[in-house]
Design a protein around this ligand. Structure first.
Ligand code: BG6
Length: 505
C-alpha cells in the first residue's frame, strides 16, 4: 500500500444519547458495542452520557449490571475495565410508557440531572428503536415537553429506525407528522447498510479515482446486478415479517441505497445535501414498474422446507407467528431501469431473499463485450466480458474480471480475476456497522441518512408491484426450497433478456 490515510476524526460533541426501546435486541447487540468502540477510539466526547428508556421498570444500577453482562457477549473488540468503568457510569435508565405525558416530564428531569453531572450541554439525540407506530407520537411528546427545541446553540436530533412507513401514503403521512414538530435537518432516518465500509467505499471508488467514471455509463456497461442473499430464515421475527415481506424489508431501503450510490452523478461537494440530492435524483429516475409490467419485471418467492448449509430448515409457513397459508414473499427479484441520460437502456437487476444457499451482498457491474471480435480466426469465438464486482459482505473488496492469454503456442483466452480484499490492505477493524452512523449524528453530518424525499421516492417505485401482488395472491407458494437460489422465474427474468445471474460460489 503506497498511501494510507488515518482516521482524523475528533471526539464528537458533548451530548446525551437517549435510547427508546433500550431493552430490545438492537441496544445490546449493536448500539452498546458500537458506542463502546467509539469510546475506545476516543471518538466520544468525555462529556457524554446515555439515557435508556423502555417499558420494563428497572433501576439504573440493575440496568448497568445487565449491560455489563451483555457487552461481554456482543462486543466486537476487547472490553477493558478502564474504558468500561468510564462508560458504565454514564448509563442511566428510566422506565415508562411512551404514550404518557408524565413519562416525558420525568425524562426531562433526568436529562437536567445528567447535564449537571456530565457537562453534556443540553445536546440530545433520541434513538427510536421502537415499534414504528410510536415514531410520530414520541416525537410529538418530546416536542411538547420542550425536548426537541434547539435554543442557545444546543442541538436536538432524532434517529429513526426502519421501517419508515408501510407504503407511499403512510411514509408521506409520517414525514408530515414529524415535520410538523421538528425540522428535516433534525431528522436522521437510519439505514444500517450505509454503515457498511464497502458501501461507503463506493463513493470513494467512483469519485476518488479518475479511472472508472469515464466508463461508468450506458456506453460501456451492459447491466448491473445487485444481490443481497441471506442464509437465515425469518427466525423469531415472523410477526413483523408477515406485515412486511422481503420487498418492504429490503428493497426500498437497503437495496435502493446501493442502486443510488452506484448510479448517482458526482455530487458538487461532500456536503450532506449535495450527496443526497444526487441520490434522490437517481431514485426519482427509476421508472416505477407499471401494473401491466409486474408479471415480467418482478418475481416473488417463498421458501418451503429444505436444507440450508446441510441443516434441515422449516418452510416459511411453518415458522412461528406465520400463517400456514401465508402469501408473504421471502424472495424478490426485480428488473429496474434508471431513466436518465447516463443509464438509459441499462437494466438494474436486484434480488434478495431469505434461506438462500449463501450470505452475500454484492454489486456486479457487467461491461459490454469488446467492440470487435479480433480473435475469431484463432478458434476463440466468444470472449468473456469484463465484470467488476463490489463485494459488500461477508468479504469486503472489489474484483475485476478480464481476459488474459493462456500461456502456450495456441491462442487461447482465459478469464482471470484481479482481487482487492479490504482485510489484506487494512487489516480487520472491529465494527458493528453502527459506529460511523452514531458518530455522524453526534457531529451533525446527515450524509449517510435518508432524507424524506428519498424514502418517498423508494416507495413510489415499488408501490405498483405491492398493489398488484396484494390483488393477485400467489398460487405457487412455496416456490423454492430453503437452501436454493430462489424461484425459477427469477432465472427467467434474466433469460428473457439473454442474460443470467452471476453464479455465486
Ligand atoms: C434488516 C432486515 O433491515 O436487514 C432483516 O429487517 C435483514 O430482515 C437485515 O436480515 C440484513 O442486514 P445485514 O446487515 O445482515 O445484511
Amino acid at each position: 500500500m503506497s498511501e494510507q490515510s488515518q482516521n482524523s476524526g475528533k471526539p464528537a460533541d458533548p451530548c446525551v444519547m437517549v435510547i427508546f426501546g433500550a431493552t430490545g435486541d438492537l441496544t445490546k447487540r449493536k448500539l452498546f458495542p458500537a458506542l463502546y468502540n467509539l469510546a475506545k477510539s476516543n471518538l466520544l466526547s468525555r462529556e457524554f452520557a446515555i439515557v435508556c428508556t423502555g417499558r420494563t421498570e428497572t433501576t439504573t444500577e440493575a440496568f448497568r449490571e445487565q449491560i455489563s453482562q451483555d457487552i461481554k457477549k456482543f462486543a466486537t473488540s476487547e472490553v477493558t475495565d478502564e474504558i468500561w468503568d468510564w462508560f458504565k457510569q454514564r448509563i442511566y435508565y428510566i422506565g415508562g410508557d411512551v404514550k404518557s405525558a408524565d413519562f416525558y416530564q420525568k425524562l426531562r428531569e433526568l436529562l437536567a440531572q445528567v447535564d449537571q453531572s456530565h457537562g453534556t450541554r443540553r445536546n440530545y439525540f433520541y434513538y427510536l428503536a421502537i415499534a414504528p407506530q410510536f415514531f410520530g407520537e414520541v416525537v410529538r411528546q418530546l416536542t411538547a415537553a420542550g425536548l426537541t427545541q434547539e435554543e442557545n446553540n444546543q442541538w436536538r436530533r432524532v434517529i429513526i429506525e426502519k421501517p419508515f412507513g408501510h407504503d407511499l401514503e403512510s411514509a408521506r403521512a409520517l414525514n408530515a407528522e414529524i415535520r410538523q414538530v421538528i425540522d428535516e435537518r433534525q431528522i436522521y432516518r437510519i439505514d444500517h447498510y450505509l454503515g457498511k465500509e464497502t458501501v461507503q467505499n463506493l463513493l470513494v471508488f467512483r469519485f476518488g479515482n479518475g479511472l472508472f467514471e469515464p466508463i461508468w455509463n450506458r456506453r460501456y456497461i451492459d447491466h448491473v446486478q445487485i444481490t443481497a442473499s441471506e442464509t437465515v430464515g425469518v427466525e423469531k421475527r415472523g410477526g413483523y415479517y408477515e406485515t412486511s415481506g422481503a420487498m418492504r424489508d429490503m428493497i426500498p431501503n437497503h437495496l435502493f441505497q446501493l442502486v443510488s450510490l452506484t448510479a448517482m452523478e458526482p455530487p458538487i461537494s461532500f456536503d450532506a445535501n449535495a450527496v443526497r440530492d444526487e441520490q434522490s435524483k437517481v431514485l426519482h429516475a427509476i421508472a416505477p414498474i407499471l401494473p401491466e409490467e409486474v408479471l415480467t419485471r418482478a418475481v416473488r418467492g417463498q421458501y418451503g422446507e429444505g436444507l440450508v448449509k446441510g441443516e434441515k430448515a422449516l418452510g416459511y409457513r411453518q415458522e412461528e407467528q406465520v400463517s400456514p397459508t401465508s402469501a408473504t414473499e421471502t424472495y424478490v427479484a426485480l428488473k429496474l431501469t434508471v431513466d436518465n441520460w447516463r443509464w438509459a437502456g441499462v437494466p438494474f437487476y436486484l434480488r434478495t431473499g431469505k434461506h438462500l444457499p449463501k450470505r452475500v451482498t454484492e454489486i456486479a457491474i457487467q461491461f459490454k463485450s469488446a467492440p470487435l471480435m479480433l480473435f475469431r480466426d484463432t478458434g476463440i469465438d466468444r470472449l468473456r466480458t469484463n465484470r467488476l464486482v463490489i463485494h459488500i459482505q461477508p468479504d469486503e473488496g472489489i474484483s475485476l474480471r478480464f481476459g488474459a492469454k493462456i500461456p502456450g503456442p495456441i491462442m487461447r483466452i482465459g478469464a482471470v480475476e484481479m482481487d482487492f480484499n479490504y482485510i489484506d490492505y487494512f487489516g480487520s477493524v472491529p465494527s458493528t456497522g453502527y459506529e460511523r452512523l452514531l458518530y455522524d449524528c453526534m457531529v451533525g453530518d446527515a450524509t449517510l441518512f435518508q432524507r424524506a424525499d428519498m424514502v418517498e421516492a423508494g416507495w413510489r417505485v415499488i408501490e405498483p408491484v405491492l398493489d398488484v401482488w396484494k390483488a393477485l395472491p400467489p398460487r405457487s407458494f412455496p416456490n423454492y426450497p430453503a437452501g436454493t437460489w430462489g424461484p425459477k422465474e427469477a432465472d427467467e427474468l434474466l433469460e428473457r433478456d439473454g442474460r443470467e445471474w452471476r453464479p455465486i460460489e
